[in-house]
Design a protein. Structure first.
Length: 242
């Protein structure tokens, strides 16, 4: 198998199976729950972490070994090799019915490989070795987690508010894209201002830069909540953060 196409799936409110009862199954269930999936865990031996998820009402449990019919209606199924479920039979049914299937450390029975994920709000950074060296993916995640701060997740929210403020766009898509690229420079200045709590200031700067091109000066711009920020005198040039 060669996993060469990175994609981000919407599984919100979709039935997704986790096959297994150990700590890996619990982690897979948490990942799917964070994505808004309706999770059902199938295993004859649920461990303590799985039981905690089920007892909290966050996931369903079928307490027996998984059977091919369990995959009917599922969007995604993840087997963790933590019980004696017949992975080959499950894979065959998944392949026949179009259910995306993965099995831990078993690339021959996988439609996809789970990357290592760094999450900061709606920002997700994924690291993959196409299933060939998962330990390296995990090590790189640990390395990069130290440099990707929470302020980048907050910046996503600010940029989403700015984009909503600016649409519908009044220029060609190529010009729109170019202005957004320029508006995000220098990125370290924007993230420093976000870290300092100046979300509204960054919002106003981004809106002005995209609206006016290279010239960030212009009319006052309301903050994300729809009201002009205190002290907005009409000049949208940001204070420089050193």
């Amino acid at each position: 198998m060669s996993f060469r196409l990175p994609i981000v799936l919407d599984v919100s409110d979709r039935r997704c199976l986790v096959i297994g009862g150990g700590p890996i199954a619990a982690h897979r269930a948490e990942t799917l729950l964070d994505a808004g999936a309706h999770v059902v865990i199938v295993t004859d031996a649920p461990g303590s972490a799985v039981q905690e998820i089920v007892h909290a009402g966050r996931a369903g449990l079928i307490q027996r070994l998984a059977e091919p019919d369990d995959l009917d209606g599922a969007a995604v199924a993840m087997a963790t090799q933590e019980d004696e479920a017949d992975v080959a039979a499950l894979w065959e049914r998944a392949d026949e019915t179009g259910v995306l299937f993965s099995s831990s450390d078993d690339v021959e029975h996988c439609h996809f490989a789970m990357p290592a994920i760094i999450s900061r709000g709606d920002l997700q950074v994924t690291i993959s070795t196409s299933g060939r060296a998962p330990a390296l993916s995990k090590r790189l995640r640990t390395l990069f987690e130290e440099t990707i701060g929470d302020e980048l997740g907050r910046l996503v929210d600010v940029l989403a508010d700015a984009r909503a403020h600016l649409v519908p766009r009044t220029m060609s898509f190529s010009e729109w894209s170019a202005r957004w690229s320029r508006a995000l420079e220098p990125l370290d200045e924007l993230t420093a201002r976000i870290a300092a709590g100046d979300d509204d200031g960054v919002f106003r700067r981004i809106v002005a830069a995209v609206r006016n091109g290279d010239d960030a000066a212009g009319e006052p711009v309301d903050g994300p909540a729809g009201t002009a920020a205190d002290g907005d005198d009409g000049s949208l040039e940001p204070e420089h953060v050193s």
